[in-house]
Design a protein. Structure first.
Length: 348
């Protein structure tokens, strides 16, 4: 190459460096929520209102869905009426028990008095037998009255449970968020029938995301739980480069792709959402590379050049660059490392 740079005077000089850089394999994957919570109804009813849409942030306790509560309100009213009836019956049973207890007390007193008189030969055996019979009947009536109170108490307890359950079910007519989160999907609309087991909404409640990537079987040994690896999400503003920690490696490979599912926790990042495409960078070894400060490379169209100091002076040299590494850039051809380059300046 012609040396035209003998009168070139750089503003500064920099050294090229021959270093060892890691080589990476890109395992493609998808950004997923760490925790998805399905919101379901606890009771059966028609959806009256859906109060949120995908992307809405919700706090614990916020109302999400309202169901038609008229049937639940009617059931609660019937349960309360049954409780009131059971309470009235219990009051009557207690009154009957008090009356039976008084009768039994009087019959017992009469029986004891007649027994003393019979021993004294004052009353006949027939009169004594009548008193004994009355006493036995009074005791039996007292036992029946006690059983009546016990049964009435059981019916009150049962009615109370029905009221409590009806009140709980009525509370379920308004479905609320159990945790802070973000609405990921809306799967119900007003008029739909809601019932236990049918999802109405999906909330992302984990507060963080992760990349789920498939790593081929030949490289899985290079990935360990706890490793921190680069993750590239191109859709993010800027470079989209993140650092994620390997949280989980599924122990069984997919029999079709011969790959393992690796789950990498991601740090919070503006614009990062579930469903985005991402790439997990898996280390596969090292390679030698020449690094130079990016400012030492001059670009004119597709051509890239540097100014190299030689024994006979400065000369222009064509180079081909690769990936950036901070303020440096990798030179794929044209330099071998250890050269002195000029930055800035001009010819005099």
């Amino acid at each position: 190459m012609k040396g035209e740079g003998r009168t070139y005077a750089p503003e500064e000089t920099v050294e090229t460096r021959l270093v060892r850089l890691p080589r990476w394999h890109e395992a493609v994957g998808t950004v997923q929520a760490k925790t998805d919570t399905r919101v379901e109804a606890q009771v059966t009813g028609r959806v009256l209102k859906v109060l949120v849409r995908p992307g809405d942030r919700v706090a614990k306790g916020d109302p999400l869905v309202e169901l038609d509560s008229r049937a639940l309100e009617s059931r609660l009213e019937r349960a309360r009426q049954a409780l009131a009836s059971a309470g009235s019956a219990l009051g009557q049973a207690r009154d009957g028990l008090a009356s039976a207890r008084a009768t039994a007390t009087k019959a017992e007193s009469t029986y004891k008095r007649m027994r003393r008189l019979h021993e004294q030969k004052v009353v006949t055996a027939e009169e004594m037998e009548q008193a004994e019979t009355a006493h036995a009947q009074a005791r039996a009536a007292l036992g029946q009255a006690g059983d009546g109170v016990t049964g009435a108490q059981a019916r009150v307890a049962e009615a109370s449970e029905l009221v409590q359950q009806a009140e709980i079910d009525l509370g379920y007519a308004t479905i609320r968020a159990q945790e802070n989160g973000e609405v990921a999907r809306r799967e119900a609309e007003p008029g739909d029938l809601a019932f236990p087991g049918k999802p109405l909404l999906v909330l992302q409640t984990g507060g963080s995301l992760r990349l789920e990537a498939m790593v081929r079987e030949g490289l899985i040994a290079r990935v360990r739980i706890g490793d921190t690896l680069p993750v590239i999400v191109s859709a993010l503003e800027g470079e989209g480069d993140l650092r994620g920690m390997v949280e989980e490696i599924e122990p069984l490979a997919d029999p079709v792709t011969r790959s393992f599912l690796v789950k990498v926790g991601l740090p919070p990042a503006p614009g990062l959402y579930p469903g985005m495409f991402g790439r997990l960078m898996v280390p596969v070894g090292e390679t030698e590379a020449v690094l130079v400060p990016d400012r030492a490379v001059t670009r004119v169209g597709q051509l890239e050049t540097v100014m190299i100091r030689t024994e006979s002076g400065w000369r222009n040299a064509y180079v081909r660059t690769g990936e950036r590494h901070g303020d440096d850039i990798e030179v794929l051809s044209g330099l071998s490392g250890g050269e002195t380059l000029g930055v800035g300046g001009g010819r005099s």
